[in-house]
Every structure is written in structure tokens, then in C-alpha cells.
Design a protein around this ligand. Sequence first.
Ligand SMILES: [Zn+2]
Ligand SMILES: [Zn+2]
Length: 243
Amino acid sequence: MKLTVVGYWGAFPNKNEATSGYLINSEDYNILVDCGSGVLSEVQNYIDLSKIDAIILSHFHADHISDIYCLQYEAYLSLKMNIRKKPLEIYAHDLDSKFNGLNYKNATVAKRIDDKTVLNFGDLNVSFKKVIHEVPCFAMRFQEKNKVITYSADTEWCNEIIDLSNGADLFICETSLFNNLKGQVSGHLTAGEVGKIANMSKVKKLLLTHFPHYGDLEQLVTEAKEEFKGEIYKAKTGLTFEL
Ligand SMILES: [Zn+2]
Ligand SMILES: [Zn+2]
């Protein structure tokens, strides 16, 4: 399985970049995970939109979903022109009234997920755990044969993300905060906390993402490194991992 970072900013995108978006390719399936601001434009550097089989959304904050609405028009038009062969499936929890808005003219179809859901895309299985954020939010675990990618989505410290990242080959974890904000902002993790979780879960590679728009981002790596001795990567547009 292959992971490509499409966007990695928290809140809003920097110039020519995007907020949360990750492309996972697994044999016959292409899955877009989160679809924030700028993702629809950026993702076309890596794949034709008509080849995206499904989208999985972690939660309904705008930095994770805002480009969904234009992507629905694209799905509608490309189906009509026979470029897209089947409706686009959009998986998300239904604990928000925006869930129904994921259906659009039979071109996109809303599909509900929860803690018990296991999605199967060929050999790729996706499972979920509800994490702790300002609004309902689900982290995801992607498993293809013996390889695992865990995506934290947006969360503060919780047992669920420790469980879900256990033994992951790649742990994509939100790193919204520098250590000096520990205990002051709910719903997000400090770099030190991210390192601690990666260490407790014995992950192989740690990918820091969902960055703040202030401060020296290298400092986030330094703070995570104090707690986790494995490989640490800082998200950037187009960064890929082959597992
Ligand atoms: Zn976010
Ligand atoms: Zn959020």
C-alpha cells in the first residue's frame, strides 16, 4: 500500500498547499482520506479524480471536508460524461447533520461508519475508533496483509488512539501544538504527547502532520524526538510512503 500526503495544514492551507488530505493506493483501490481546503486541486497531481473509489472523512470540521462540495460537482459531471464509471462513495460518521449532505444527485453516496465498522477494499481493511475532539471524530486503521497505517485524525490524548496505533508500520498523527501549550488547548495533541503515544504503541514510523501556522515546525520534530526514538517524518506535500 502506498500513502501520499496531499495536504497537512491545520485550520487553513498555506499558499499553494492544502489542509488535511491523504491518498492511499492499495492494489485496485484508491482511497482519499479527508478532503480539506486545497485537496481537490492538489490531489490531481497524483491521480485522476475519476479514479478515486472512495473517500473517508474523519469528522466535519472544514479543514477536513471543505473540498467535498466541489468534488461532488466533479463526480456528477464526470459520471454524466462517462469518465467516472460508478458513484463516489463517501464514508463518514452520522453524528452530524452534515452527513446527509454527502449525498448528491446519486453521484456521491453517503455511507455511515462507526466504532464497529470494518470496510473492505480488496485486501485493504479499514477500522475505526472514536477519539476525543471538539466534535465527534474517528481515527482510522488501514491494514493490508501484515502492513498497518494508523491515522489519528484530530484528537487529544486518549486510550483509543493508543490502541488503534498499536504496532503500526506508519502512524500519521496530528501535531497541532508545541509542548508549551500542553494542558491549555483541548481536542489536540502536543508534539511531546505524539512522541509518547508513538513510543507506547511501538510504531515503526511516525509522520507528524496537521501543523500550526506559527513557530518553527522543526521544533515539533525535536519535541516528538524526546519521547520517540524511531523514525520521525514531518509532513509535506507529495511525501510518499510505500509499505
Ligand atoms: Zn483539523
Ligand atoms: Zn477538527
